[in-house]
Design a protein around this ligand. Structure first.
Ligand code: NAD
Length: 248
């Protein structure tokens, strides 16, 4: 029974790329799933001697998700680890938020995680082993300008706990990581939208973080590495805040 096949969504860059690289280093064959070409992530992994497969799919489209997961099963083996990381932001105050800002964000985070998890749990329950990790956020607790994103990230916490209850008997654990501010293209775009340099934006955030720095994608990858490990089998339905300090 091969329990070492992982799918990481949104892994062409940022946190997903760091998680894919870390899991590959830990011995997983990793399917690097993204709607954009994931050549960089796959090249980094294979150059370091790991196994990676680029899979192009939009996590909001059922047919693409089902085909992508079937391709992984065929080419790498049954996927037992899934990291639902793909995400977008469409920030705006509620009075300016368009229908599409709402639908797009809810779609990628919630529908995306649902479609991916439904497709992968089939293999996990067959194998009687599995790990699902969902990327939530400290924004789940409320964040100005992010009614859509905060709702999606809070929703993922309910999704996590429910799947933990449903899938536990099959040896599948389901947990969420809720990162604070992590330095990626996503947060660089936020700085740009606010009209600030990324350096000033990061310095301002770091000043309010108890450990005195912003987070790096590797901080999240290290937490994901633990949650997908065999030894984390008694940790399920949890939301782990990785934010350099406690959150409210
Ligand atoms: N950066 C942060 O500070 C932070 C904090 C908390 C949570 N998060 C969450 O972590 C995850 C990764 O964030 P990041 O900062 O690395 O973002 P990012 O924008 O750098 O990368 C996101 C990746 O997801 C992919 N993606 C987007 N929509 C997709 C779709 N429909 N189908 C397939 N792939 C899709 C993108 O192509 C991209 O490669 C997201 O879920 C985000 O909400 C990030």
């Amino acid at each position: 029974m091969d329990q070492r096949i992982a799918i990481v969504t949104g892994a062409a860059r940022g946190i997903g790329a760091a998680i894919a690289q870390r899991l590959a280093r830990d011995g997983f064959a990793v399917a690097v799933l993204d709607q954009n070409a994931a050549t960089d992530t796959v090249d980094t992994i294979t150059t370091a001697g790991g196994t990676a497969l680029a899979v192009e799919a939009d996590v909001t489209v059922t047919e693409q998700v089902d085909a992508a997961v079937a391709e992984v099963a065929e080419r790498l083996g049954p996927p037992t680890v899934l990291v639902n990381n793909a995400g977008i932001t469409r920030d705006n105050l509620i009075f300016k938020m368009a229908d599409d800002d709402w639908d797009a964000v809810i779609g990628v985070h919630l529908r995306g995680a649902f479609l991916m998890s439904r497709a992968v749990q089939r293999y996990q329950t067959e194998q009687r082993y599995g790990r699902i990790v969902n990327l939530s956020s400290t924004s789940a607790l409320g964040n100005r300008g992010q009614a859509n994103y905060a709702t999606a990230k809070a929703g993922l916490q309910g999704f996590t706990k429910t799947l933990a209850i449903e899938l536990g008997r099959f040896g599948v654990t389901v947990n969420a990581i809720a990162p604070g501010f992590i330095e990626t293209d996503m947060t660089a775009a936020t700085a740009e939208r606010l009209g600030m340099s990324f350096a000033d934006f990061k310095a301002g955030i770091a000043a309010g973080v108890p450990v005195g720095r912003v987070g790096q994608p590797e901080d999240i990858a290290a937490t994901a590495a633990f949650l997908v490990s065999a030894e984390a089998g008694y940790v399920s339905g949890q939301v782990i805040y990785v934010a350099g300090g406690p959150t409210d």
